[in-house]
Design a protein around this ligand. Structure first.
Ligand SMILES: Nc1nc2c(c(=O)[nH]1)N[C@H]1C(S)=C(S)[C@@H](COP(=O)(O)OP(=O)(O)OC[C@H]3O[C@@H](n4cnc5c(=O)[nH]c(N)nc54)[C@H](O)[C@@H]3O)O[C@H]1N2
Ligand SMILES: Nc1nc2c(c(=O)[nH]1)N[C@H]1C(S)=C(S)[C@@H](COP(=O)(O)OP(=O)(O)OC[C@H]3O[C@@H](n4cnc5c(=O)[nH]c(N)nc54)[C@H](O)[C@@H]3O)O[C@H]1N2
Ligand SMILES: [Mo]
Length: 688
């Protein structure tokens, strides 16, 4: 007789560089446990707290398990059950009527609620291409840094994750690795045990900063100046690899000149640190490399959520070439490994279905303004329908007041595919129940390591939930889209994702497959840039009218530039949440407690504020309430508002994005969440 208990290998779907291999224990058709797969080297049998609670999330009593139709005013969150066929018939009819006027009035809005290539942009992308809907620029997270990297190294490539364990020095730059990249941290901790020095560069004293030997708490948005000043020191002390510079880089003379403008005194004043800190950092990096040590940088997206984010990444990504760190497999920089994967994007998304049309693009970071924009020659038609999947824009997009106003438009038709009634789902006309990772097929690339992962369903879909793919297939049928590609099954899509580049049988058997990548990708140059070199100077950018050479680009809202709003606010992730996912999982929300604002004791004393009081954080864009914490994590002049809470689970029905702006980054059109000035005051008794 078959044992009723068995284990299924899957993949963690979340937007995280670790992309873990999961082992789900199923008993009598019920997933009773999710753990890290011990056979997968990077996962090594270990999961973060959040994802080990995956069954609690999937069996949550508030899971949406049937289609729902709005029964109250927009945004009131009142719904009544409706059948799948009634919902799909009505949605298709509404979309057809809009598309008959102009299909660009329909906008998809999606991000990485699941990073799966199949439940992400496969059938959904085919559907919107066939319709001719507006395209969404998916900028919300990483495009500034991505552009910075591509214009320097040529692609989103870098050091292999596992080789950090052998490094002698690791700069952890703009990354709270213990929270957001735990399986990198395990390699860094290995290196530390073997004697490596760890240096954290982060305005916040994070749990990661605490475990490093040195913490440099610079002001937000000043990383470009710091990198230039490190370069200045490398030049002055001649800690340079002249041979590497000469053979494998482009534009050194010009960059050298610019770096010399940044002596430590100048940069330190801007960064809010001391010249001695910069000198010591440059010494740790440059002198060590000069002596043959392996110097590695784990850069993360924390640095690029400011006006000059892409330029900062260009400067930091240039450092390894100055000292020849790339010569060794345990030297260099890693921001993203996503360029490693030969994803067959055209096969999955079928841009040919556009049939020559070139619909306009809408930037997801400015959805607040764009939903409120009337039709115009420059913009095109007003947005009349919004189909949201794998994202919670009302909570996570910047400048919430505008976003909420846009979603509340009575004439906007909104469909939300979700697991839960999120802040965004509250504004839907229809909520369609989607399956979780335990219930569907998918295949994953990652941005933190170099393995492909397969996710097999562990349990049957709960209630009437459908995979995103099935929902878009059914809509395609109702819209009269008859192309064969809408019939592809999820398993077939998993096979198409990498074509022959990955052995699918290996994936089926062990759940992951390691790509064959070079150990030291740029040991002998070979950068995938137009020149084949590490491009300090980018002709491509110069041709676009940009500065061909990277520079320090000041924040839109520089610290200290406003008397009314004297504090810089950053809003990095809370450890037990994943963006806005998991906020509604009771055990995890209990660990976080309440929306927290961390402040330096001097800034608190100046405002007569004490630990634990409720504070109003505000600027011209809005205000939100938080619980004040004087826990030693905030530097003077900077407050940390940990994100991203569901608005309706916060203290006053809002969250930190009430304060963030829709201003964009220097390249890549990214949002500038960490470029935000505020003031803080005690909440007045009786005040609203
Ligand atoms: N637990 C958890 N894990 C996550 C996430 C989550 O929400 N929760 N988010 C996931 C996502 S979407 C992503 S994109 C990845 C990466 O996500 P990231 O957002 O890069 O997350 P962190 O690694 O926390 O890095 C942000 C760090 O940068 C710091 N920082 C803020 N401004 C600056 C600055 O101007 N300069 C410097 N040097 N540092 C700054 C913050 O204090 C914080 O410690 O992590 C993923 N992993
Ligand atoms: N203030 C501030 N704001 C931020 C950030 C910050 O650091 N500070 N970080 C930014 C970053 S880096 C990012 S990446 C964005 C992330 O923003 P989003 O990509 O919107 O991520 P989540 O908030 O996690 O919301 C994902 C939603 O997708 C749903 N989902 C998951 N799987 C599926 C599925 O298979 N099907 C369907 N239909 N739905 C699914 C989940 O239930 C969840 O509600 O937030 C950004 N917002
Ligand atoms: Mo992200």
């Amino acid at each position: 007789m078959l044992d009723s208990t068995h284990q299924i290998i899957g993949a963690c779907p979340h937007d995280c560089p670790d992309t873990c291999s999961l082992l789900t224990t199923v008993q009598d058709g019920v997933a009773i446990k999710v753990q890290g797969n011990p056979a997968h080297p990077h996962t090594d049998g270990v999961l973060c707290t959040k994802v080990s609670r995956y069954p609690e999330r999937s069996y949550h009593p508030q899971r949406i398990l049937q289609p729902l139709k709005r029964s109250g005013p927009k945004g009131a969150g009142q719904f009544e059950p409706v059948s799948w066929s009634a919902a799909l018939d009505d949605i298709a009819a509404r979309l057809q009527a809009i598309a008959a006027r102009d299909p660009q009035a329909v906008l998809p809005y999606s991000y990485a609620g699941t990073m799966g290539l199949v439940q992400g942009e496969s059938i959904a992308a085919r559907f919107f291409n066939r319709l001719g809907a507006s395209r969404l620029e998916r900028t919300i997270c990483a495009t500034a840094g991505g552009e910075g990297l591509v214009h320097t190294l040529g692609a989103k490539l870098g050091m292999r994750l596992e080789f950090f364990a052998e490094a002698n020095l690791i700069l952890i730059w703009g990354s709270n690795s213990i929270t957001s990249n735990l399986h990198f941290w395990r390699y860094a901790a290995d290196a530390k045990r073997r004697g490596a020095k760890l240096i954290c560069i982060d305005p916040r004293r994070t749990e990661t900063a605490e475990k490093c030997h040195t913490h440099i708490a610079l002001l937000p948005g000043t990383d470009g100046a710091l990198a230039l000043s490190i370069m200045q020191q490398l030049v002055v002390h001649d800690w340079l690899d002249h041979d590497y510079l000469q053979r494998y880089t482009l534009g050194w003379e010009r960059l050298r000149e610019r770096a010399l403008l940044w002596p430590p005194e100048r940069a330190a004043a801007l960064c809010g640190i001391t010249p001695a800190q910069i000198e010591a950092l440059a010494h740790d990096y440059g002198a060590a490399a000069r002596n043959g040590a392996k110097v590695a940088i784990r850069l993360n997206y924390g640095v690029q959520r400011v006006h000059g984010g892409a330029n900062a990444v260009r400067l930091i990504a240039s450092l390894p070439a100055l000292v020849g760190a790339w010569r060794q497999r345990s030297g260099g920089v890693l921001l993203s490994s996503s360029g490693t994967f030969p994803v067959q994007k055209a096969a999955l998304q079928r841009p040919d279905l556009l049939a020559g049309r070139a619909p306009r693009s809408v930037n997801m970071a400015t959805i607040g303004n764009d939903l409120l924009r009337p039709a115009s020659g420059a913009f095109g038609p007003a947005i009349e329908a919004l189909i949201v999947y794998n994202s919670n824009p009302v909570a996570i997009a910047p400048d919430s007041a505008k976003v909420v106003q846009g979603f509340a438009r009575a004439d906007l038709f909104t469909v939300v595919l979700e697991h839960f009634q999120t802040d965004t789902a509250d504004y839907a006309d229809y909520i369609l129940p989607a399956t979780t990772q335990l219930e569907h097929w998918d295949v994953h690339s990652t941005y933190g390591h170099t393995d492909v992962l397969l996710n097999r369903p562990a349990i049957a879909p709960r209630g009437q939930a459908w995979p995103n793919t099935q929902i878009f297939r059914a809509l395609a049928t109702r819209m009269g889209f008859t192309e064969d590609c809408f019939d592809d099954t999820d398993e077939a899509l998993c096979r198409q994702a990498f074509g022959t580049a990955v052995n699918f049988d290996t994936l089926l058997v062990q759940g992951f497959a390691t790509l064959d990548t070079p150990e030291a990708p740029f040991a002998q140059g070979g950068f995938p840039t137009p020149s084949g070199k590490c491009e300090f100077f980018s002709q491509r950018l110069a041709d676009q009218g940009q500065d061909g050479l990277p520079d320090h680009v000041p924040n839109h809202e520089p610290a200290g530039s406003s008397a009314r709003y004297p504090l810089a606010m950053i809003s990095p992730p809370a450890r037990n949440f994943l963006n806005s996912s998991f906020v509604n999982v009771t055990s995890l929300r209990a660990s976080e407690g309440e929306p927290i604002l961390e402040m330096h004791p001097d800034d608190a004393a100046a405002r007569h504020l004490s630990d634990g009081c409720t504070v109003r954080v505000f600027n011209d864009r809005g205000s939100t309430l938080s619980r004040l914490r004087l826990n030693g994590r905030a530097r003077a002049g900077v407050v940390n508002g940990l994100g991203v809470w569901w608005r309706k689970l916060g203290l006053d029905g809002s969250n930190v994005n009430q304060l963030t702006s829709q201003a964009l980054t220097d390249l890549g059109g990214g949002p500038t969440y960490y470029d935000c000035l505020v003031q803080v005051q005690a909440m007045q008794r009786g005040a609203p």
